[in-house]
Design a protein around this ligand. Structure first.
Ligand SMILES: NS(=O)(=O)c1nccs1
Ligand SMILES: [Zn+2]
Length: 261
């Protein structure tokens, strides 16, 4: 909860106190995707997603979001094709969401917010020896963004939601042995892609963004379950984990390409 001070200023959660703009940044994320300004690129390939559900390791609350992390010591869960020159290894996925259903996503489409957004984070293990090094390079990361909209119950998401009470507080973790994140990705192949950055620290300009055009549907109880998580550690004054999305960044000299006409 953000409580105004005596001057009616709302405190900004530490994460968002990070520089809202990176000095000299020319390819920051998130951005608004103006559908009519995106350019169809017939040379974009279909994105190929091959995840091994047994590479799933655990879920943890890192104080910004909840992350599901994967064993990325080999090429067992990878994506290839789309706008990508190499194949990229899945490291983790996480979400961003709002306090209410009117906002919560990081990217917007024609200035419309979705209530939440899923990020599946992959790194270029063909070229770089570690994730930490890939994070610093222009072609180091590929993140698939999937919008969540309010609608039908999502069976696949529910197995995640059922585990959230165990990671309510910052720095708590629970083992999570088998999960196939492809159940969270719409079957429609259409996506937008553009060159951008991480939206949380270190905010480095190392991400090829692949934003799925179609959202997945989740129900109100599932969104509420995200909102019962806490930014704070056990024993601290509770701060609900909501509105963990970065403000929109300037498009500058970038074109968003679409894989569809
Ligand atoms: N929200 S994000 O996917 O851009 C990200 N930030 C840090 C690691 S992954
Ligand atoms: Zn993210």
């Amino acid at each position: 909860e953000l409580v105004p001070d005596s001057l009616h200023r709302l405190p900004v959660h530490p994460l968002w106190q990070s520089p809202l703009t990176i000095p000299g940044g020319t390819r920051q994320s998130p951005i608004n995707i103006q559908w009519r300004d995106s350019v169809y690129d017939p040379f974009l390939k279909p994105l190929k997603i091959s995840y091994d559900p047994t590479t799933c390791l655990h879920i943890w609350n890192n104080g910004y979001s909840f992350l599901v992390e994967f064993d990325d010591s080999a090429d067992r869960s990878i994506i290839v094709g789309g706008p990508l020159e190499n194949q990229y290894r899945l490291k983790q996925f996480h979400f961003h969401w709002g306090a209410i259903n009117e906002w919560g996503s990081e990217h917007t489409v024609d200035s419309k917010f979705y209530p939440a957004e899923l990020h599946l984070v992959h790194w270029n293990a063909v070229v770089y020896p570690t994730f930490e090094e890939a994070v610093m390079e222009g072609n180091g990361l590929a993140v698939i963004g999937v919008f969540l909209k309010l609608g039908a119950h999502h069976e696949g998401l529910q197995t995640l939601v059922d585990a959230l009470p165990a990671v309510k507080h910052k720095d708590t973790v629970i083992e999570f042995d088998v999960f196939d994140p492809s159940c969270l990705i719409p079957s429609c192949p259409d996506y937008w892609t553009y060159a951008g950055s991480l939206t949380t620290p270190p905010l480095t300009e190392s991400v090829t963004w692949i934003i799925k055009k179609k959202p997945i549907e989740v129900d109100e109880n599932q969104l509420e379950a995200f909102r019962m998580l806490l930014f704070t550690s056990d024993g601290e004054e509770e701060k609900r984990m909501v509105d963990n999305f970065r403000p929109l960044q300037p498009l500058m000299n970038r074109t968003v390409r679409s894989s569809f006409q």
